[in-house]
Design a protein around this ligand. Structure first.
Ligand code: 13P
Ligand code: SF4
Length: 364
């Protein structure tokens, strides 16, 4: 469908009052029945996530998709790389749909295949030691496939330590992409000194490194970041402690090394949720992650203080692109037999991306 047509269609949905939109989404979902499963990432807005059959982190949602073979349609309320992972892990008879195809992830877009191939060639020329590539799940299917083909694995923020340990046991060195912060935080946690982790900047010749620096490094960190998590600063940790004495600071490992060092705890979205949910009433938490998840945690646990580490709203604008209007349009189209916004990974890429994802799932 041409964008202009889609835009005008969505404009008609935009005119609907919220309660009518809710009723139409619920009705379309009922009409399609068990042929559709709706997945909602923790960072989605309330008006969308309330229709999700499952709420979770990117990995859990992809696994859930794979575990629902009866669902012909998997509507992924998240971002593009998550829909791709779901497509790789689900069956050929299933269609994965992203309600707004513009919902990308700026971090995943920071590493493209050509750049990674250049990096790999340079590293191979300078090193005689074996390098194992590890890619964060926040990467395109093409990067996952590259990693799968070259003996590496995918990781998530929950299992990055375990996967990095595996990579460093398998080879002498690791290339971690595309998030320099998750890579650095993980490497440091494994006892690798900061000066043995070199940043590979794809915008510079030789990654901005001398041959001597390349030879000395144990981990190569791709210069990529999450613009949401990179906004948190160590000063925010200090001021949270001043404003709320006794507060526990918990940060996502996509935050900088300095923030993670200053925090009391560091963990993935699932870990953060678990910690707050299991904490006693009266406890106080300053959380360094996306604002919709923090606000929902606060609403669902009014007997605990749950605040953002930074007062200024740290929102993932691409996650926010999935609106109730897009969800309504997607479901009503599916009901009428039209599959819109399908995310489909080409077979060769799918094959190797699956190798990298399966390696992650098999590493214990
Ligand atoms: P999860 O892997 O915890 O879902 O996080 C994804 C993400 O994009 C964090 O910024
Ligand atoms: Fe990507 Fe950051 Fe948004 Fe997560 S929060 S989807 S890493 S841009």
């Amino acid at each position: 469908m041409a964008t202009a047509t889609l835009d005008s269609l969505l404009a008609t949905y935009a005119e609907l009052p919220a309660h009518e939109l809710d009723e139409r989404i619920a009705q379309a979902k009922r009409d399609i029945g068990s042929r559709v499963v709706i997945l909602g990432h923790h960072y989605q807005r309330d008006e969308v996530v309330k229709f999700a059959d499952y709420r979770g982190d990117s990995l859990r949602l992809s696994q859930l998709a794979a575990g629902r073979p009866e669902a012909e349609y998997i509507v992924f309320c998240g971002v593009h790389f998550m829909a791709e992972s779901a497509d790789v892990l689900s069956g050929d008879h299933q269609a994965v749909i992203l309600p707004d195809l513009n919902a990308g992830c700026s971090m995943a877009d920071m590493a493209n295949l050509e750049q990674v191939e250049v990096c790999w060639d340079v590293l191979a020329k300078v090193n005689s030691s074996k390098i194992v590539p590890v890619t964060y799940i926040n990467s395109t299917a093409a990067i996952k496939a590259f990693v799968g083909k070259n003996g590496g694995a995918v990781c998530t923020s929950s299992n990055a330590r375990k996967i990095m340990e595996w990579a460093l046991a398998r080879g002498e060195k690791a290339l971690f992409l595309p998030d320099e912060h998750l890579g650095r935080n993980t490497g440091y946690g494994l006892g690798i000194p900061l000066d043995r982790m070199a940043i590979w900047n794809p915008a510079e010749e030789n990654g901005g490194l001398t041959d001597r620096e390349i030879a000395a490094a144990r981990i190569y960190l791709w210069k990529g970041h999450c613009s949401v998590h990179q906004r948190f600063r160590p000063e925010h940790v200090e001021s949270a402690r001043m404003s709320h004495p006794g507060i526990r600071v918990i940060a996502h490992p996509e935050c900088s090394w300095e923030v993670c060092q200053a925090a009391d705890e560091v963990g993935s979205t699932e870990y953060i949720i678990k910690r707050v949910v299991e904490a006693p009433a009266g406890s106080a938490w300053a959380v360094g992650t996306e604002i919709h998840m923090i606000r929902r945690l606060a609403q669902e646990h009014p007997d605990r203080l749950v605040v953002s580490l930074d007062d200024c709203v740290c929102m993932c604008s691409t996650m926010f692109r999935i609106s109730p209007q897009h969800l309504c349009w997607t479901l009503e189209s599916l009901r009428s037999g039209q599959v819109v916004n399908r995310v489909s990974v080409v077979p060769e890429t799918k094959r190797w991306a699956l190798v990298a994802l399966n390696r992650m799932l098999e590493i214990r």
